[in-house]
Structures are given as structure tokens and as C-alpha cells.
Ligand binder design. Structure first.
Ligand SMILES: [Zn+2]
Length: 115
């Protein structure tokens, strides 16, 4: 399952916080519109993948990053609805993606380790 491998990567990133956080209570994830990630499936996968980690039981929220691209021919920037949408300015199919394919941890909240 696509989402489970992504969830495991997220857990790896979360575990890097273990040096400063005792427990993670909330994770805000930003999902690119082109990333093909199904939020409900990712949520379920994360609930499983965080078991036994410092992020177990953390509240998960999701936010979408719209797709953005720059035309390789006219340099115009636009927000395509799909991967194959051509440039609306000049019709070129050649573009460079600027955003929308990523999954990022936008922010997280937790309980800091005592000094
Ligand atoms: Zn163009």
C-alpha cells in the first residue's frame, strides 16, 4: 500500500524529534494535490505506523497544497488541475512543477523533554 510506506517515512521524520520532544500530540501534514495520497488512507496508515512511537495517538490534520507549474516555453506560472494540462498562456505541454507533488510535515505540537 502506497500510503503505508509514506506513513513509515513520516514516522521516521517524527522520530527525529525524539531528542527534544517526549511526546507528539498533533501533526499537521501538507499534501500536494498531485501526490496521489488519499488522506483517509494515510490517516489510517499513520495510526498504525505511530503505534509504540512518541507520536502514538497524535491528532492528525491535513491541508492541501495546490499544484503549481512554470511553463518551460513562456515561463508563465499556472495552477494545473492535472499533470497533463498544457500551459494556458501558450499551449505548451512542457512545464516544470513548482509545487503539488510533495508531502510535508507543516508543523507539529508535542510535549518537550524536561531539562
Ligand atoms: Zn507557456
Amino acid at each position: 500500500m502506497h500510503e503505508l510506506s509514506i506513513a513509515l517515512e513520516v514516522v521516521n521524520l517524527l522520530e527525529q524529534q525524539a531528542a527534544i520532544l517526549e511526546r507528539i500530540t498533533q501533526v499537521n501534514l501538507a499534501i500536494g494535490a498531485l501526490s496521489c495520497i488519499e488522506p483517509e488512507a494515510l490517516k489510517t496508515a499513520l495510526e498504525v505506523a505511530t503505534r509504540g512511537t512518541l507520536a502514538e495517538g497524535a491528532r492528525l490534520t491535513f491541508e492541501f497544497i495546490p499544484a503549481a507549474a512554470r511553463c518551460d516555453d513562456c515561463q508563465g506560472e499556472f495552477e494545473p488541475d492535472s499533470r497533463i494540462e498544457p500551459c494556458p498562456l501558450c499551449g505548451s505541454p512542457r512545464k516544470t512543477w513548482l509545487a503539488g507533488q510533495e508531502l510535508r510535515i507543516r508543523s507539529l505540537e508535542g510535549v518537550a523533554r524536561p531539562d
